[in-house]
Design a protein around this ligand. Structure first.
Ligand SMILES: C[C@H](N)C(=O)N[C@@H](Cc1c[nH]cn1)C(=O)O
Ligand SMILES: [Zn+2]
Ligand SMILES: [Zn+2]
Length: 476
């Protein structure tokens, strides 16, 4: 295959690809907010339109309903696509998600989050540009480029795009297990592009993810919100209890205070320790990505270890608390604290929930409060680490070298993609590769999320080259 011709074609079609991403970003497919559910459906339909244009066989799997914000809602369909069916070719499964995190202009976005805006530095700003609309559309652009150039597609491609990843991937595990010997039967390996380079200049292949256990801690007491001047000092205030409990979970330096939480964390051995020494990463890249220098650790290795191989606990928010500007003197009647624990090998989600429950029950009892406390784990997913000696990683490394003229770093990721381990296990220990498209400063989940035009375009080249390399690599 003439890769130069392939790359030229992609360069020449940049604007078409950007336009596609623009259309996708304009659909606010927020899975975690019931009021956007129709937009998540619309986003699925938009992708189906492209599947049809490209002649991808597909099924849109109905996976039932779930409860959200006190409503029973239909879950977004899981799109299963199939492109090519040649028994002499390898079969690669690509997974991605078409839902996004919430975004409000007033959170601090410089532009409308649902309008793709390209700035003077070639950054394509918009919610979902990097996580994960750019990458999933990247795969579809890759198929189109092969078609337009009338090149033989190098592999059989299976596609699995879901619309609930940002909200715990509800319903997908059952589908994967159910279809392991059906739709996913011939899959040789899995590739996921849903994470980011470590920094801003060097591409990487990612072989590990942290798990996540996400908790909802509800404290309720008074039957209604109260006037603090009239009732302050005479009632147990839910917010006071919650603030107290939050303060017991984690220290300011990030150390988790829940007894037993570190017990199962994999011990650091010399082999692993050595892997951190060669990674190209500078503290300054962390500071640039967070627009601040408030890092806990003062060196790169500790920073990476605390992102990849140690658990962390983050406090995310409080539902029901007064949060508007001004000075409302309210005592909220019910507050719901949200926090999550990023888990690492060899932690077990059920044990994490048990430890958190026992600890908070004990701490709440110490308060002597007449309020009620309820703890729920609303979703969890296990950590994952892969074997990087596999041909899947070798092919991807060759592709990176061809497109970026540099050997990729092998990295782990602090975030979570719960479905990764499900694929690996349900498909009979098939290798899974994370092949990121965007950069470490893309601001996924944050304000001003972006995907650099060069990452998007080179990412399409990378996907096409990777499939070409997979087709040619020896598998024994
Ligand atoms: C790494 C991936 N792009 C991602 O953002 N994953 C989310 C998954 C999640 C779990 N609960 C809510 N979202 C993440 O790591 O936060
Ligand atoms: Zn995400
Ligand atoms: Zn994602």
């Amino acid at each position: 295959m003439d890769l130069e011709k392939f790359y030229n074609h992609i360069d020449q079609n940049q604007d078409l690809y950007v336009q596609r991403l623009r259309e996708a970003v304009a659909i606010p497919s927020v899975s975690g907010d019931a009021s956007y559910r129709n937009d998540v459906f619309r986003m699925g339909d938009w992708l189906i339109g492209i599947f049809e244009e490209l002649g991808i066989n597909y099924k849109a799997e109905d996976i039932g309903t779930h409860e959200l914000d006190g409503q029973t809602l239909k879950l977004p369909k899981i799109l299963l696509g199939s492109y090519g069916n040649d028994p002499n070719k390898k079969t690669i499964l690509v997974y991605g998600h078409y839902d996004v995190q919430p975004a409000l202009k007033e959170d601090g976005w410089g532009t409308d989050p649902w309008e793709l805006v390209e700035d003077s530095q070639g950054r394509l700003l918009g919610r979902g540009s990097s996580d994960d609309k750019g990458p999933i559309i990247g795969w579809l652009n890759t198929i189109e480029a092969y078609q337009k150039l009338e090149l033989e597609f190098p592999v059989n491609l299976k596609i699995c795009f879901e619309g609930m990843e940002e909200s715990g991937s509800e319903g997908i595990d059952d589908l994967i297990v159910r279809e392991a010997k059906g739709y996913f039967k011939d899959v040789d390996c899995v590739t996921i592009s849903d994470n980011y380079w470590l920094g801003t200049t060097k591409p990487c292949l990612t072989y590990g993810l942290r798990g996540i256990s996400y908790f909802k801690l509800t404290i309720s007491g008074p039957g209604r919100d109260l006037h603090s001047g009239v009732f302050g000092g005479t009632v147990h205030e839910p917010m006071t209890d919650l603030a107290h409990l939050f303060s017991k979970l984690v220290k300011a330096d990030g150390h988790i205070l829940i007894p037993g939480i570190y017990d199962d964390v994999a011990k650091l051995d010399e082999t692993e320790s050595n892997t951190y020494k060669t990674i190209q990463f500078k503290q300054q890249e962390l500071h640039d990505a967070i627009d601040s220098d408030n890092s806990i650790h003062d060196n790169e290795i500790d920073t990476l270890m605390h992102r990849w191989r140690y658990p962390t606990l983050s406090l995310h928010g409080i539902e029901g608390a007064f949060s508007a500007p001004g000075a409302k003197t309210v005592i909220p009647a019910k507050v719901i604290g949200k926090f999550s624990i990023r888990t690492v090998p060899n932690m077990d989600p059920d044990k994490v929930t048990q430890l958190v429950t026992e600890f908070l029950d004990k701490e709440f009892a110490k308060l002597g409060s007449k309020n009620k406390m309820k703890l729920e784990c609303i979703h969890d997913g296990k950590p994952w680490v892969a074997n990087t000696d596999h041909w899947n990683y070798v092919a991807a490394a060759k592709a990176v070298e061809k497109v970026y003229h540099v050997k990729p770093d092998l990295t782990r990721e602090g975030g979570s993609i719960p479905v990764t381990l499900t694929f690996q296990e349900a498909l009979g220990d098939k290798n899974v590769l994370l092949l990121p498209m965007g950069r470490g400063d893309d601001g996924a989940h944050s304000i001003n999320e972006k995907l650099d035009r060069s990452n998007y375009i080179n990412g399409i080249k990378l996907f096409g080259t990777y499939l070409h390399e997979v087709a040619h690599i020896k598998t024994e």
